[in-house]
Design a protein around this ligand. Sequence first.
Ligand SMILES: Nc1ncnc2c1ncn2[C@@H]1O[C@H](COP(=O)(O)OP(=O)(O)O)[C@@H](O)[C@H]1O
Ligand SMILES: N[C@@H](CCOP(=O)(O)O)C(=O)O
Length: 333
Amino acid sequence: MAVYTRIGAEAMAELIAAFDVGELTSAKGIAEGVSNSNWLIETTGGAKGTGSKGSRRFILTVYEERTEVEELPFFLGLLDHLAAAGCPVPRTMHDRSGAAFREFATDTGEMKSLALIEFLPGISADKPTPAQAEAVGHALAQVHLAALDYPRKRANSMGHAAWRRFAGACDGRWGEIDARLAVVPTAVEEVIAAWPQGLPQSVIHADLFPDNVLLVGDAVSGLIDFYFACTGPMAYDLAVTHAAWSFSPDGKRHDAAIGRAILTGYESVRPLSPEERAALPILAEGAALRFVLTRAYDWLNTPADALVTRKDPCAFFERYEFYRTHGAQAFAA
Ligand SMILES: Nc1ncnc2c1ncn2[C@@H]1O[C@H](COP(=O)(O)OP(=O)(O)O)[C@@H](O)[C@H]1O
Ligand SMILES: N[C@@H](CCOP(=O)(O)O)C(=O)O
């Protein structure tokens, strides 16, 4: 469940009136997602020729604790930059004063920020096909190329320093999840020591899981949830996507056809350099550990009765072990 903020009907209508999108006709809380509060908004439609281009459906996002308000210009400006370049990402609806996000007071008087985002059709794949995976690789490379001239920069908040921080925070408690995870701190240091330097960078999505991709048939209709996007090595983003898409949910079975399809789709737009290709196994080990760490931290720190479902860290530990032993083979040209 991801609606953490209560907004009454009148307050919601007032918030929507700040945008030139017509009058509010319905607002439904969206259960998917974990970080922010989201509603599907329907309106009578903005005037044609305005920013809303006559659309009637939008996503209203209220930013919760994990998203820093100072970073919103980076994330929302990125959506506009990529959409203008023809990438399948939602545009930000700017309010009547031209602002991409607004501050408002919640029912309890707390100040929060919100943005109204273009609604894109499509559904996320539970069991992706190779054709869908190829389309995802293609779209990811399109984003990397289109973002090369995005002027803003953002450091990866889930990079090496964060890995060490999460590992430290889980210190001595790995056994509460699974005894095998006790090797994670050592694995983190080994991967950081072997981390390739000087790989080509762009803005990367850094969390392109199936639930962040909307598909209509085999075509990508939307890439969403750019709130981990940052400046980083493009090949790392490809490794994250490979780890997220090409395994069974428990991480125990690698689907080589899906993995190959992601690489094929990616390289049909942006061929990898030999250095990037050679780096993929270690980047993928790092990608798998990144999700072991955040999931383990959440596992140990989310109250059992919380509304959010905890994600299994072991599903990414299995992937880490796969990449450590079979990575070279999985990424062979
Ligand atoms: N632009 C969009 N168009 C259509 N649906 C969207 C859009 N943005 C978000 N959603 C829906 O809202 C859900 C949660 O959004 P998401 O950004 O992933 O939230 P969170 O940051 O909390 O994970 C998605 O799974 C999707 O169903
Ligand atoms: N993709 C991450 C969790 C990030 O949450 P999101 O809902 O913001 O994508 C994971 O699976 O661990």
